[in-house]
Design a protein around this ligand. Structure first.
Ligand SMILES: [Zn+2]
Ligand SMILES: [Zn+2]
Ligand SMILES: [Zn+2]
Ligand SMILES: [Zn+2]
Ligand SMILES: [Zn+2]
Length: 458
């Protein structure tokens, strides 16, 4: 049986507004995890996207959980990828089985539109666990082999050999087609913990947070509170600036509450120069000594902020699963989960989030539908600000490459999106081969108007 510290519990939220728990060996591959989640929720791996904070877990790239800095009790977020609806499709064969679970064929792995065989939708409940009350069921893989598959030739003791050819179980059970077939871990559906956008209150700490012994500390005062008591250690952040775990927690929390999903150093020198270097979540997690409750709060808020503010994710109006569109141009979309549950396709309008009334793919038939992507309204209505002396620049821009909405922070006009695209916030010219076309980070350039389309959608 799974046991000991080598088995992690991961919290997976996002479908139907609920959270499920996946147990998985800490040395498992990302593919194994995704297959497990796919088996659990009945959604093919390619019809969902799984995020840890803002990082998308990549399928088929031979990555390990450790590559994403996951740890026990990490919080993952699932997004459904919605196909467009034309009204001419049959019912989506949602539970036809993925190619990951024993050869049932979800669309043969070929098409990218998320539609599977339109065969009339016979098989929605082959696995019975979509009946709406499934969260308390406990599934145990059939060939639970007594827990041996986690050490069939690999060394879990040292926790060191993720690499190379070892994988889990000597590579025998990681195959693309096997899914969990060779695995032994338990997948449990537990009663839903409180979830959604309600966050757990802080755990009350009787004692100050203790930094790990190997964290580099500094004599410099806390950059925000100016705490300089030698008995209150300040961690030295990757940018070199000093902060106590408590201040770091509070500061980052305030960023999250303000809708941010990246953490930047707020340090201002006496001469007024701003640091602004980004801290990774991994760094914050460690140096803020986040408690379990705080990790949950941070990880879910980072993902929420990222997907709502940045990616233009919506919730299905019926099942409240997080959704994104496979084709960003679709206004009429189909929720695979609702369709599977009800046995009839559920079509809704991406723009107003009401059930699609009538035919066509352009007008949803609801009177109050603006017919506009909500992100365009954000781009249009955002506040204007002064950046490097240029007045009236929109404070929010869509990334030229991925369409992610980015709010301008401070100082510099140059931006790097999480997708890697660099561009000028003022004139919107991309950096070419690492060179900005409009001068240095603090030289004025001409304002480009409000963006009227989301770049990645076109
Ligand atoms: Zn700094
Ligand atoms: Zn739905
Ligand atoms: Zn609409
Ligand atoms: Zn981008
Ligand atoms: Zn510029």
């Amino acid at each position: 049986m799974p046991n000991g510290d080598n088995i992690w519990q991961l919290f997976v939220r996002g479908l139907r507004g609920k959270t499920n728990i996946v147990r998985i060996h800490k040395d498992a591959t990302v593919d194994e995890l995704i297959n497990k989640i796919s088996d659990m929720n009945g959604i093919p791996a390619k019809t969902q996207r799984i995020l840890y904070t803002t990082k998308q877990l990549e399928y088929g790239r031979n990555k390990y959980l450790s590559d994403y800095n996951m740890e026990d009790q990490s919080n993952l977020t699932v997004l459904l990828r919605l196909p467009g609806g034309s009204g001419t499709y049959g019912v989506i064969d949602i539970d036809g089985g993925s190619d990951y679970d024993g050869g049932r064929d979800y669309d043969g792995g070929s098409d990218t539109d998320g539609f599977s065989d339109n065969d009339g939708g016979s098989d929605y409940d082959g696995d019975s666990d979509y009946d709406g009350d499934s969260e308390t069921d406990v599934y145990i893989d059939s060939d639970n082999d007594g827990g041996s598959n986690n050490d069939g030739g690999i060394d879990n003791g040292g926790g060191t050999d993720n690499g190379g050819d070892s994988g889990n179980g000597g590579g025998s059970d990681n195959g693309g087609d096997s899914g969990n077939g060779g695995g032994s871990e338990t997948v449990e559906y537990l009663p839903p913990p409180p979830i959604g956008r309600t966050y757990l209150p802080h755990e009350t700490l009787a004692n100050p947070k203790q930094l790990d012994e190997d964290v580099e500390t500094t004599e410099a005062p806390d950059m925000i509170s100016w705490e300089d008591d030698p008995n209150t250690p300040r961690a030295k952040m990757s940018c070199g600036h000093a902060i106590t775990p408590e201040t770091l927690t509070t500061y980052c929390e305030s960023l999250l509450s303000a809708g941010k999903y990246v953490f930047k150093c707020p340090y201002n020198s006496t001469s007024g120069s701003y640091c602004g270097k980004e801290w990774t979540y991994l760094e914050v997690r460690r140096l803020a000594v986040l408690t379990a409750a705080e990790k949950k709060q941070f990880e879910t808020m980072i993902s929420d902020n990222y997907i709502y503010k940045g990616m233009g994710i919506q919730e299905c109006p019926k099942c409240h699963s997080f959704c994104e569109r496979i084709n960003k141009k679709d206004k009429r979309v189909v929720c695979p989960l609702c369709s599977a549950t009800d046995g009839v396709e559920f079509h809704f309008c991406w723009l107003c989030l009401h059930e699609w009334v009538g035919g066509g793919v352009e007008k949803c038939g609801n009177d109050n539908c603006s017919g506009e992507d909500p992100r365009l309204k954000i781009l249009r209505d955002c506040k204007k600000k002064t950046i490097v002396g240029v007045h009236g620049c929109p404070a929010v821009r869509a990334c030229l490459k991925c369409g992610m909405l980015i709010e301008h922070e401070k100082a510099c006009k140059h931006m790097t999106c999480v997708c890697g695209q660099k561009f000028c916030f003022i004139c919107l010219k991309p950096s070419l081969d690492g060179i900005y076309q409009c001068g240095s980070f603090n030289s004025p350039c001409e304002i480009a108007g409000v963006q009227k389309t989301i770049p990645a959608d076109n």
